[in-house]
Structures are given as structure tokens and as C-alpha cells.
Design a binder for this molecule. Structure first.
Ligand SMILES: Cc1cc2nc3c(=O)[nH]c(=O)nc-3n(C[C@H](O)[C@H](O)[C@H](O)COP(=O)(O)O)c2cc1C
Length: 508
């Protein structure tokens, strides 16, 4: 049994004292509210202006919508708008709305690495600087790029007390040590020199930038929806925590490095585990797509509400198709994973669309594209002529590239059909989703949160946090040898009104 000298404040404000010989009692243990207030890293909450160390990660094509980001901000949490897959103008319009509708509240926007569209990444990052966006979630990076570094160092200066001030912050989401290392290190000298050469920063600013990490906050993204390396959180998080300690010692930054956790977090015990392991903050994704504020469709939210633990599969990604990159999607209720796998198989086996055997061609035209391959190329060509004409020039020289663009058009449309709830294409819906969804459905089974229309992002998040705090408190009681009642461990979703009362209650 642990002997704790815990002091907690009672309702009268007098901290009870316990001598080392007295048996531990509940009164000497932290209350749920106290545990709740202490979840995650206090510096993370302070720096980002949050009540809770809880983040709704970006979801492409505006699935992490303005409404979702606003709901998080109003609930004292952080959301990132899902800019990936959208043109610069739409991202700019969303940013404009957020700045107008929740001035002073915390929010950020995703900056996604786009190896196939580096000019878009550059334009979006420049627009962020111009529009005064202060926080981005940088994701899908394999190595640092100039746009992401330019964003971070823009406006860097020393304050009157001589401290380095970085107005722009990055929360970098990674699943590999090599990438985390780059974000936790100062920007590479050659990039800083280049930014001085182009007049983006001064030599003095470059000298300051050499003393800060590219990102103070790095999210360890374990097995998750969408792009994922399928790493288990219980190994990835400790790996990045060890890296954090090593690099903090090496660089001795004034502001300590922090590691957050993402992937599979959708239950109170899941969040409790991540916080107990040392996560500075938690990031959710799959559960937020299932919420009413998400930019997805009602039909998809219903499909997600049916998902069980094993109802996901890996399927080829539209953005990095040729590289063989896969992402995690829902497989229950859609044929998308099988159809996408078929496209990858054909792409690997044949040098051009013309070389595809007749039976396969017929299947593609009838079931996948519902148009001839020639017509599909015509519409694909028209799309790329407005988005990036260099792709068309290359495809007209390179038959394999043409095949990639045609196949990618299906992969791209399939997620748009899902978001739009296109009734004629249910079997083609591409819905990014991880095993988190099944865990959440199991936890909420038979409760008000089982119904898709009751899944509000704030209610879901606060329930997860409150439940995590309750779970951790039960662990603390157990470790002190205090007998637990069913009430201590029973953890079901709580209706919003009651939850707010509980969460805003004074600590006792
Ligand atoms: C529908 C959907 C789309 C996503 N799109 C993006 C994206 O564009 N950029 C990004 O950084 N992460 C994206 N993610 C990942 C989430 O931000 C989050 O890191 C991840 O979903 C957490 O894992 P979980 O799904 O197990 O909760 C997406 C997730 C979902 C569910």
C-alpha cells in the first residue's frame, strides 16, 4: 500500500492532514474535478489558451469544419480546420470565418505536406502568414519544407526582457522518430539562409530561429484514421517521450518540448492511459467525424455509428497513390477498400490504361467510373488543367502517369461522395476511420451517445475527459488501498446538462 501525504482542499477550504500512520481515506485523495483540472501539460493549456489539453485533429476536405473547430474553442479545447484537399480560396474563406466568429478563442488550421502539389503547400502557408494565423497542425511531413519553416519563424523577435518570442506555433503530427527529430530540432541552417536571402526574415531573426525548435509540440500519431503507420500507441508514445527528453537536454530550449498522443483515443480509459503515460495532450479524429458538426454527411455518420472494432481496412491513398501509401478506412457498408485495392493491383501490373485486359476494363467502366476510360480521362484532364496543368502535360507524355491520374480521380471522388452523402454511390464511399470508432461505439452502446444526432463534439470530448479523470482517480484510490465502490469505476456517458454541472463543480 502506498503511503501518500496528499493534501486536498475540502469544501470548507481546510486541507485535511493525515499522519503517516493513519490509513488512507477518500478525503485525502484528489477529487475527480482536481484530476480533471490537472490532465495533460499545464504549459500546453496555458500557451494555447485552453481549459483542457484536448485537441480535435484536422480532417481533410473540411470534415473538421468551421463549426467543429468553433465548438471545440467554445468548450475550452482546440480544433484544427481540415484544410487538406481544399483549394487555397476555400481555406482562406474558412480562416476568415474563424477569425471573425471566434476572435480571441483558440483554433488552428492544418498545413498538410503535399509532395505532389508543393506550390499549393507554399501558397497556403504564405496565406496563413499574411492573414495572421498563429497556429497550424503540420502533418504528413516526411522532411521539413521551406513553407513550414517560413511559417514558424515569421515575426520572431526578442521581447523587452530579452526572451525569444515566436508568434507562430506548430503542432506537428508524426508517426516516425526521424520526422519528430526534425520538428524538435531548430530549423536547418540552409533553410534559414534561404529565408534571409529571399528577404522573408532578417539575419538577426535567423540567429534567433536557430535557438528554437520548429515545433514545441509534437503529436505521436499511432494507429489512426487516414494516413497511418499503424504503430501501437503504447510503443510510439514512450518512444517520442524518450526522444523529447534527449533533444531537450541536447538543445536546452527555454520552452520545454512536449509530446501529445493521437490514434485510437475514443474512450475514457484510452485517454486516461495516454495521460498516465505522460501525454501533454490528447488528439482525437475518428470520433469527431461521427459528430453532428463534422463536414461529413448524415448517412456517413449513421454508418460510423454501426462500426465495430475490426470494421476498418487499409486502402490506397489518393494523394500518394503511386508511392504505394495506404490509409485506414471504414470497410463496413462500403466496397471502397476492395475497389481501391483493385486499382492498385492494376496500376502495378500494367504500363498503361490501354494494356488493361478487357474484363477488368469492363468492370472499371461499369462499376467504378460509370463511364468509359476515355471519358474518365477527359474529365480528369479538365480537372487538372485548372488545378495544375503540369500534371496533364506529364500524363500526355507518360501513360503510367495518365493511369495514375485516372485511378486517383476515383479515389478522390469517393471521399467527396461520402461527404456529400451521394445516394447512388454508397458502395464507393471512402470514409477515413480507425479502430477508435468501434471502441467509442462499444462504450456508448445503449446510451444517448449511441444516436448519431446526439453526438455533439463538445459533449463527446467532455465525456471522454470527465471519464478519463474518473478512471485515473479510481486508479489513485486503488493504489492507496482504498476499497472501490461500483460508483468509483462505473463510467457511462453523461447527458450534457449534468456533465456541465459536474465539470464546473467546485473541487471537493
Ligand atoms: C475523416 C478523417 C480525415 C482526416 N484527415 C486528416 C488531415 O487532413 N490532416 C491530418 O493531419 N489528419 C487527418 N486525420 C487524422 C486526425 O486528425 C487524427 O490525427 C486521427 O484521426 C486520430 O486518430 P483516431 O482516428 O484513431 O482518433 C483525419 C482523420 C479522419 C477521421
Amino acid at each position: 500500500m502506498l503511503e501518500l501525504d496528499t493534501e486536498t482542499t475540502t469544501a470548507t477550504g481546510t486541507p485535511p492532514r493525515r499522519s503517516r500512520t493513519e490509513p488512507p481515506t477518500r478525503e485525502h485523495s484528489p477529487s475527480i474535478s482536481q484530476v480533471l483540472a490537472g490532465l495533460g501539460d499545464a504549459g500546453f493549456r496555458r500557451d494555447h489558451g485552453l481549459r483542457y489539453a484536448y485537441v480535435a485533429g484536422a480532417m481533410a476536405n473540411g470534415i473538421a469544419s468551421v463549426e467543429l473547430v468553433e465548438a471545440m474553442a467554445r468548450g475550452g479545447m482546440l480544433g484544427f480546420f481540415g484544410a487538406a484537399g481544399l483549394g487555397k480560396d476555400r481555406v482562406e474563406a474558412a480562416l476568415h470565418r474563424l477569425q471573425a466568429e471566434i476572435p480571441g478563442l483558440p483554433f488552428g488550421v492544418n498545413l498538410i505536406h503535399s509532395p505532389n502539389e508543393s506550390s499549393l503547400e507554399d501558397a497556403v502557408a504564405r496565406m496563413f502568414i499574411l492573414r495572421g494565423l498563429r497556429l497550424i497542425e503540420a502533418s504528413a511531413y516526411l522532411r521539413l519544407t521551406l513553407p513550414v519553416v517560413r511559417f514558424r519563424v515569421a515575426g520572431i523577435h526578442r521581447d523587452a526582457a530579452g526572451h525569444i518570442v515566436t508568434p507562430n506555433r506548430i503542432v506537428a503530427k508524426v508517426s516516425r522518430v526521424e520526422v519528430a527529430t526534425q520538428f524538435f530540432s531548430p530549423p536547418p541552417a540552409e533553410m534559414l539562409n534561404e529565408l534571409v536571402r529571399t528577404g522573408d526574415i532578417t539575419a538577426e531573426q535567423a540567429a534567433l530561429a536557430a535557438q528554437i525548435p520548429v515545433a514545441q509540440d509534437v503529436t505521436a500519431e499511432a494507429d489512426s484514421a487516414g494516413h497511418t503507420d499503424n504503430r501501437p500507441l503504447v510503443t510510439l508514445l514512450p518512444t517520442l517521450l524518450a526522444l523529447r527528453d534527449r533533444l531537450q537536454t541536447q538543445f536546452n530550449y527555454a520552452q520545454p518540448l512536449r509530446v501529445g498522443a493521437a490514434g485510437g483515443l475514443a474512450t475514457p480509459s484510452g485517454l486516461a492511459a495516454a495521460f498516465a503515460m505522460g501525454a501533454a495532450y490528447v488528439v482525437t479524429g475518428s470520433v469527431n467525424q461521427a459528430c453532428v458538426e463534422s463536414g461529413s454527411s448524415e448517412v456517413v455518420r449513421k454508418m460510423l455509428a454501426q462500426a465495430e472494432q475490426a470494421d476498418t481496412a487499409m486502402a490506397p491513398a489518393a494523394d500518394m497513390f503511386e508511392m504505394g501509401v495506404k490509409l485506414q478506412v471504414l470497410k463496413r457498408g462500403t466496397m471502397f477498400p476492395m475497389r481501391a485495392a483493385k486499382l492498385w493491383e492494376l496500376f502495378r501490373a500494367y504500363p498503361s490504361l490501354d494494356a488493361i485486359p478487357e474484363a477488368d476494363r469492363a468492370q472499371l467502366e461499369k462499376q467504378f467510373f460509370r463511364a468509359t476510360l476515355a471519358d474518365t480521362w477527359a474529365s480528369t484532364r479538365a480537372f487538372w488543367l485548372t488545378r495544375d496543368p503540369a500534371q496533364v502535360e506529364r500524363a500526355e507524355r507518360d501513360a503510367k502517369h495518365k493511369m495514375a491520374l485516372v485511378f486517383r480521380s476515383y479515389l478522390g471522388l469517393s471521399s467527396r461522395w461520402a461527404n456529400a452523402g451521394e445516394p447512388s454511390r454508397v458502395m464507393d464511399y471512402q470514409v477515413w476511420c480507425g479502430p477508435a470508432m468501434g471502441a467509442f461505439n462499444e462504450w456508448t452502446r445503449g446510451t444517448f451517445l449511441a444516436a448519431p444526432e446526439n453526438r455533439r463534439a463538445e459533449t463527446v470530448a467532455l465525456n471522454l475527459l470527465y471519464g478519463a479523470a474518473k478512471h485515473l482517480r479510481a486508479v489513485a484510490l486503488r493504489l492507496q488501498g482504498i476499497p472501490l465502490s461500483p460508483e468509483d469505476t462505473f463510467c457511462v456517458p453523461i447527458e450534457p446538462e449534468r456533465l456541465h454541472e459536474l465539470m464546473n463543480a467546485k473541487p471537493v
